[in-house]
Structures are given as structure tokens and as C-alpha cells.
Write a protein that binds this ligand. Structure first.
Ligand code: HEM
Length: 116
């Protein structure tokens, strides 16, 4: 992978993570009629994260089955589901926000520490 593509992929990946996190936290307190619009944003951001992540996994690591990547995939799956759950479980917003934070911090820690 050339350096330009690598930078663009990293940038898109992190930008999508910011959009996903922002709209997920918004979903915890947003009015019910915002559901469709918010889920379009979180769904789009989540897809961009997955596609850029997969391309970086291929281009930088040749799809080597690294533990830290599997953990990131699990965090991504959880985070992607949270906005939809937030609209249905209003009473659990505090708990869900805590889960979102833990998943996001774990996913970021995996990239920089790569413990396994
Ligand atoms: C909760 C979801 C995720 C978060 C918050 C997240 C966050 C990040 C961050 C902050 C970086 C570092 C960017 C940089 O150093 O410029 C990164 C890189 C990366 N992510 Fe993710 N990511 C997530 C999901 C995924 C998924 C699902 C995959 C794989 C399919 C993935 C694969 C990668 C790869 C391969 C890199 C590049 C690592 C490197 O440069 O050595 N990420 N991610």
C-alpha cells in the first residue's frame, strides 16, 4: 500500500469513529423522531470504519489473524449496535453510555498497544 492511501485510510477510519461516537452519544438523549436520521449516520460511519479497517488489515498486515484486530472487530460490532438499542432502552442510557466508552477506549488501546 502506498503512503498516500495509508494516510487516507487512517484518516477516514478515525473520522468515521468520531462520527459513530458522536451520533451514538446523541442517540442516548435525542428525541424519538431523530431515530431514522441518527441511524443513517451511525450505519454509514460504521460501514466506513469496517471497510477502511479491512483494507488496512489487508494492505498493512496481509489479513494476518492478530488478536488485537479480533478484539477491535468485537468492539466495532458492539458500538455499531448501541445507537439502535439506545432508542429502545431509554432507561438504560447511563449504562449504555458506559459500555460505549469502554468499547471505544478498548478498540483504540488495541491499535496502540497491540498486546496480542
Ligand atoms: C470501535 C471501533 C474502532 C475504533 C474506535 C478504531 C480506532 C482506530 C484508531 C484510533 C486507529 C489508529 C489510527 C492511526 O494511528 O492513525 C485505528 C487503526 C486501525 N484499525 Fe481501527 N478502529 C475500530 C474498528 C476497526 C475494525 C472493525 C477494524 C478491522 C476490520 C480495524 C482495523 C484497523 C487497522 C488495520 C488499523 C491500522 C493499524 C496500524 O496502522 O498499524 N479497526 N483504528
Amino acid at each position: 500500500m502506498n503512503p498516500h492511501e495509508s494516510i487516507i485510510l487512517h484518516l477516514l477510519h478515525v473520522a468515521a469513529a468520531l462520527v459513530l461516537m458522536g451520533y451514538t452519544f446523541y442517540a442516548f438523549a435525542a428525541a424519538p423522531e431523530t431515530r431514522k436520521r441518527v441511524l443513517i449516520w451511525t450505519g454509514g460511519a460504521s460501514l466506513v470504519m469496517l471497510l477502511t479497517g479491512l483494507r488496512m488489515w489487508q494492505g498493512l498486515y496481509g489479513f494476518a489473524p492478530a488478536g488485537w484486530l479480533i478484539v477491535k472487530l468485537i468492539c466495532w460490532l458492539g458500538l455499531s449496535a448501541l445507537a439502535g438499542i439506545a432508542y429502545r432502552k431509554r432507561g438504560k442510557a447511563g449504562l449504555l453510555a458506559g459500555v460505549a466508552l469502554i468499547l471505544a477506549v478498548t478498540a483504540v488501546a488495541m491499535v496502540y498497544v497491540k498486546p496480542f
